[in-house]
Ligand binder design. Sequence first.
Ligand code: ATP
Ligand code: MG
Length: 178
Amino acid sequence: MNEKRGLLIGRMQPVHKGHISVIQETLKEVDELVIGIGSAEKSHTLSNPFTGGERILMLTKALREYNIDPSRYYILPLEDIACNSLWVGHVTMLTPPFCRVYSGNSLVQQLFQEENIPYTQPPLFNRTEYSGTEVRRRMLNNDNWEKLVPNSVIKVLKEINGIQRIQKLNQKEISELV
Ligand code: ATP
Ligand code: MG
């Protein structure tokens, strides 16, 4: 019998404990999970501070920390394209074959549905805290962001000076201050 393979996409700016929970839960339903790092080409902005490669490193280390069998997932970068109507074809060109998409994003759900690929909306875990926006907000304010991400992600963020980067991105240009 064919393996049941699912697709899950997140920008993961940065990887947080909500991502780990949704991956663990989805792996109860599928044999294998394709994990796409969305907007992979974006970096060095306040909403997308980390590069695709840095996010691949965070997720690889985090899934190892949580003892998730590496033979059960594939992590790949997915760059954005300008045309939403062509996006599903772009994604399927880059990913191993999958039979279902796991996403809470209504545009993603709509685009896959129009191509006759079914979707599941996974439950959210502790969404008030486990949210990329909340993690980045706390990073800017030095406000206890560490407990929202796996220890291995804290380590990667230290290695790449991630907190210094996001705080620097938030500084105004000197000419705007006078
Ligand atoms: P941002 O605030 O930057 O948009 P995010 O927390 O929404 O970050 P994304 O990187 O946008 O995370 O990834 C989106 C996908 O990750 C969602 O479609 C959802 O499946 C999953 N996800 C994110 N947070 C959680 C959570 N707390 N519980 C379960 N799934 C989550
Ligand atoms: Mg999001």
